[in-house]
Design a binder for this molecule. Structure first.
Ligand code: HEC
Length: 216
């Protein structure tokens, strides 16, 4: 199909009218419908129907999908091969995290950089009597596995996704040990991390509310 100026103008109108570009893509095989929905009867006589496809984007190949398929769920599914411990994590934390989260994980910049280290005072849940106590990995984080997910996905803040699996495992091990959740000599990998139970784990309950009609 030849793309004429009219085609492009019609397409622009269709996009504006539809509001959602996706709506066009879904109806790509039905050019009549697209044109009827988009040109409002204003197209010049003989204007070409919209093409079945617009030459936008490119098919996602498996490498592209793998690059964004990085989630690790609470049970540990998705954890990659690799390993680390407190000893390998300590210098990494100092080099890549301490400038924001503090040398001792105490947080910084008036709380803008969250505190990460702060063991739970055993046998208590301090937020019950003071909601302003900083939430840390030690006193609030419910799953050890999602630490891997979050740090790999989002940190360091200025270069998310830049850490290799061994680096993430090492930093996770360092943070867990500093929060007194694991011993310093524990090796953290895809097998051991899901077995780590976080101090605050039992403070959370599944949200089984059903909500209103729009949330069913
Ligand atoms: C440039 C500053 C900066 C650096 C460097 C940085 N972070 Fe962060 N980090 C942040 C900010 C800001 C947030 C809060 C983000 C938000 O709430 O959306 C955060 C949030 C976090 C959280 C979640 C805390 C919570 O209680 O929700 C973790 C865990 C974390 N960072 C770990 C790390 C680790 C590990 C590193 C080093 C690899 C690192 N960060 C490097 C700025 C930084």
């Amino acid at each position: 199909m030849t793309v004429t100026r009219d085609t492009i103008r019609t397409a622009r109108r269709a996009i504006a009218a539809a509001g959602l570009f996706a709506a066009l893509a879904c109806r790509g095989s039905d050019t009549q419908t697209n044109q009827a929905g988009g040109n409002g009867g204003a197209a010049a006589p003989g204007a070409a129907a919209l093409p079945a496809r617009f030459a936008l984007g490119s098919p996602a190949d498996s490498a592209m999908l793998a690059a964004i398929n990085i989630d690790v769920n609470p049970a540990g599914a998705g954890l990659p091969p690799g390993r680390g411990s407190w000893a390998t994590g300590k210098p990494l934390y100092a080099a890549k995290c301490a400038m924001c989260h503090g040398v001792n994980g105490e947080g910084g910049n008036g709380g803008f950089y969250p505190a990460l280290i702060g063991p739970e005072p055993r046998d208590s849940f301090p937020f019950a009597h003071d909601a302003k106590i900083p939430h840390t990995i030690g006193n609030y984080w419910p799953y050890a596995t999602t630490l891997y997910d979050y740090i790999h996905r989002a940190m360091p803040y200025t270069a998310p996704g830049s850490l290799a699996p061994d680096e993430v495992y090492s930093i996770v091990a360092y943070l867990l040990a500093e929060n007194q959740v694991i011993p310093r000599d524990a090796v953290i990998d895809a097998t051991t991390l899901p077995k780590v139970k976080m101090p605050a784990h039992d403070r959370f309950v599944p949200d089984d509310r059903h909500g209103g009609p729009t949330f069913r």
